[in-house]
Design a protein around this ligand. Structure first.
Ligand code: ATP
Ligand code: MG
Length: 364
């Protein structure tokens, strides 16, 4: 299994030059508020494709005191005793690039991407089921991206096609073949998204059920996609003509209402208690945290057992709302999965329930 051995941050966020060593297993980053704990976790997330877990603009990743210099994140990643030098850096304070052993070619990067996946928990995820549908869609899409690294591109192309169609509709004298082409793209990408989400929810529900029967810290719930168009047209992703004709039919309505009234950008992902169909948004904050941690556990088990892909788990400010059962769940996540885990907190004694094997890094 792969793990990060060290990280060196240069002109990045609040760090001018900062070095930290990590252990395989559980790493706990301690520090006062504002000392840079979340920034360190974010820097690890930037070693993957994309803008990191805060989806931040490049200019904000660069140290405010030295805006005319690029930021650099250097890290050493160990996989089966082979070290990789991985860097993420800005180019001309603009684009983010990744290099693997000083190579930025696609093959090196793709190889590195195939070695690990980052799963993260951020404090705002405690409110997953009471936040917006788009927050939940992003949460699920992010889990799919863990093992399907092209999925993000599909989601972005889908969003772009939806915006293009809207622009064309506003321009009342649009060219029929042009809009048809855009709608076909929407159907193509939308179908991929529907199918991936449906399949992954099925996978997660199956593992969650198994966890529930074997672990007493679990909760019995199922995840479901809520979407009128998707629910009334079973397997819509296999009936692309029907999907396209619905888009065509809705043009007037969509122009009038703005946006596009059907498609995976309209879906919500809900959770229900299996026994009484109780919506998970009615759970307490601590209980919702249990649910999110269980989803993270199910996801990790899927990546490890089915895909042989070892996740790196980033848990930011994980220690609030932990009762005994949540602590046990967290202990299981950090000890049993044999993956590298990072947690942050302001005080060491919050973590006393973990084994003494945890590696503490005090950054204050
Ligand atoms: N581009 C930047 N340049 C300089 N400082 C920055 C930049 N971006 C963010 N900061 C600062 O970095 C500091 C650390 O932020 P971070 O969110 O990592 O703190 P933290 O240790 O996680 O704190 P908390 O315990 O409150 O969560 C903050 O004071 C923030 O304002
Ligand atoms: Mg923080």
């Amino acid at each position: 299994m792969g793990y990060f051995k060290e990280i060196n941050l240069n002109n990045y966020r609040n760090f001018e030059n900062f070095f930290l060593e990590f252990k395989n297993g559980c790493n706990i980053i301690l520090g006062n508020n504002g000392s840079g704990k979340t920034n360190i976790l974010e820097s690890l997330s930037l070693l993957e494709k994309g803008r990191g877990f805060r989806k931040e603009k490049i200019e904000n990743l660069i140290n405010f005191n030295n805006r005319h210099k690029d930021f650099k994140i250097f890290s050493l990643f160990n996989n089966k005793n082979i070290n990789f030098n991985i860097s993420a850096f800005s180019l001309n304070q603009n684009k983010k690039k990744i290099s693997v052993n000083d190579n930025s070619d696609l093959t090196s990067i793709k190889h590195f991407e195939s070695l690990f996946s980052i799963i993260y928990f951020l404090p705002e995820m405690e409110r997953l089921f009471v936040s917006s549908p788009s927050f939940r869609r992003n949460f699920l899409d992010r889990l799919i991206f863990n093992f399907n690294k092209n999925y993000n591109t599909v989601v972005n192309k889908y969003k772009k096609a939806i915006a293009e169609r809207q622009l064309l509709l506003k321009n009342l004298q649009y060219d029929e073949s042009w809009i048809k082409n855009i709608e076909n793209n929407i159907v193509e990408y939308g179908s991929i998204i529907y199918k991936n989400r449906e399949e992954h929810i099925k996978v997660l529900n199956k593992i969650l059920k198994a966890i529930n029967t074997s672990k007493h810290f679990s909760k019995d719930f199922v995840l479901k996609i809520q979407d009128n168009f998707y629910e009334t047209n079973k397997k819509i992703y296999e009936n692309k003509d029907m999907y396209a004709s619905q888009l065509h039919f809705n043009r007037k309505k969509d122009l009038f209402q703005g946006g596009c009234s059907i498609g995976p950008h309209r879906s919500d992902i809900l959770g229900f208690n299996r026994l009484n169909n109780f919506n998970l948004n009615q759970l307490s904050t601590g209980q919702q945290k249990t649910v999110v941690l269980l989803i993270i556990l199910a996801q990790s088990e899927y990546l490890i057992n089915e895909l042989n892909l070892h996740p790196i788990i980033l848990l930011d400010e994980i220690c609030s709302h932990l009762d005994d059962s949540n602590r046990e769940l967290l202990l299981y996540l950090t000890n049993q999965l044999k993956v590298q885990v990072f947690m942050t907190g302001t005080e060491k004694n919050f973590f006393s329930f973990l084994s003494t094997k945890a590696h503490y890094c005090n950054i204050t």
